[in-house]
Design a binder for this molecule. Structure first.
Ligand SMILES: [Zn+2]
Ligand SMILES: [Zn+2]
Length: 264
C-alpha cells in the first residue's frame, strides 16, 4: 500500500521564503531519485504562525530517508540528500511528520530496482491522479516517472499521458455523456491517448534501450486475444502481473481477465 506523507514545517517569518526554497529543492531531489513518487505543491498556511505544509506520496524506504533506506543509490546521492535535509532543518524551527495509508492503493508498491529489463505504460488503473503510469516488468512495482532516464521530451509526454489518461478513466467511470468517447480512447489503439502511449513506448525504447510496452484493455472480457492494432493472434504470457498477452510487433500488452489490476 502506498503512503502519503505530509510534513508541516514551522519557522519564523523572516525565514519563510528561504525555507520554502530549500524544501522545494529537497523535494525535487527526492522525486528525481524516485523516493517520492509524486510531489504536491507546498502551501504556506500562514505567515503569522509560520507554517509550511509539503506533501507527497512516499515511494520507498523510511522517512526521512536514512543512508540505509536508499536502496541502490550511490554514496554521493545519500550525502547530497542528507545535506539538503540539513539545509531545510537549519531554517525550520520544528517539523511535524504525518503519514497516511492511501487505501485505494492496497496492491500498489514502488519498484526498488535501479535498472529495468522491461517497462509497461499503463492507464488502466484505479490509483490516484498523478501516480506514475510506468510499471516494472520484473517486480510489477510502480516506477517513479523521473527515475526512467528518458529525454526531456519523452518525460513530458509521460507526464501528459499520466494526467490525460486519468481524465479518460474518470469520464469512463462516471458513465455519463462522455462514456462512449472515453471507451473509444481506452480500447482503440489509434485513439489520441493510445497514440500518445505508443509514441512514448517507442521513444522510451530509443532513449534507454529498455523493452517497453503499452497496456491496452481488450473491448470485452471474452477470450478474444487478437492484437487490437494488427489483429494477429497475441502470444500468451505466464505473467504474475495483470497483463497476460502481448504483441511483440506492436509493443502492446493486454489481459483477457476482467478487472485485471485486482489480481496483482
Ligand atoms: Zn522492479
Ligand atoms: Zn499487433
Amino acid at each position: 500500500m502506498l503512503k502519503y506523507i505530509i510534513e508541516n514545517f514551522s519557522a519564523s517569518s523572516n525565514h519563510m521564503d528561504t525555507l520554502r526554497e530549500s524544501i522545494h529543492d529537497y523535494q525535487a531531489f527526492m522525486v528525481s531519485k524516485g523516493l517520492l513518487g509524486r510531489r504536491d505543491d507546498m502551501r504556506i498556511e500562514s505567515l503569522e504562525t509560520g507554517r509550511i505544509s509539503a506533501g507527497g506520496v512516499l515511494a520507498q524506504g523510511d522517512f526521512p530517508p536514512s543512508d540505509t533506506g536508499l536502496v541502490g543509490e550511490s554514496k554521493e546521492t545519500c550525502r547530497r540528500l542528507i545535506q539538503k535535509r540539513e539545509d531545510v532543518m537549519r531554517l525550520a524551527d520544528d517539523v511535524d511528520v504525518q503519514v497516511f495509508d492511501l487505501s485505494q492503493t492496497q496492491d500498489l508498491h514502488y519498484c526498488n530496482h535501479s535498472k529495468w529489463s522491461g517497462l509497461v505504460l499503463c492507464a488502466e488503473a484505479d490509483w490516484p491522479m498523478g501516480i506514475t503510469p510506468v510499471i516494472c516488468c520484473e517486480c510489477g512495482g510502480l516506477v517513479a516517472r523521473f527515475r526512467v532516464p528518458v529525454s526531456q521530451k519523452t518525460a513530458s509526454n509521460i507526464w501528459s499521458f499520466c494526467v490525460e489518461s486519468f481524465c479518460v478513466e474518470a469520464c469512463w467511470s462516471a458513465s455519463g455523456v462522455l462514456e462512449a468517447w472515453a471507451n473509444g480512447e481506452r480500447h482503440d489503439p489509434l485513439s489520441r491517448i493510445n497514440t500518445l502511449g505508443l509514441s512514448i513506448v517507442k521513444s522510451t525504447q530509443s532513449d534507454t534501450g529498455i523493452d517497453t510496452w503499452l497496456y491496452i484493455p481488450l473491448r470485452t472480457s471474452t477470450t478474444a486475444t487478437t492484437c487490437p492494432l494488427c489483429e494477429e493472434e497475441m502470444s500468451s504470457l505466464d505473467s504474475p502481473f495483470f497483463w497476460n498477452y502481448r504483441c511483440s510487433d506492436c509493443r502492446i500488452v493486454t489481459s483477457n481477465r476482467s478487472a485485471p489490476w485486482l489480481v496483482v
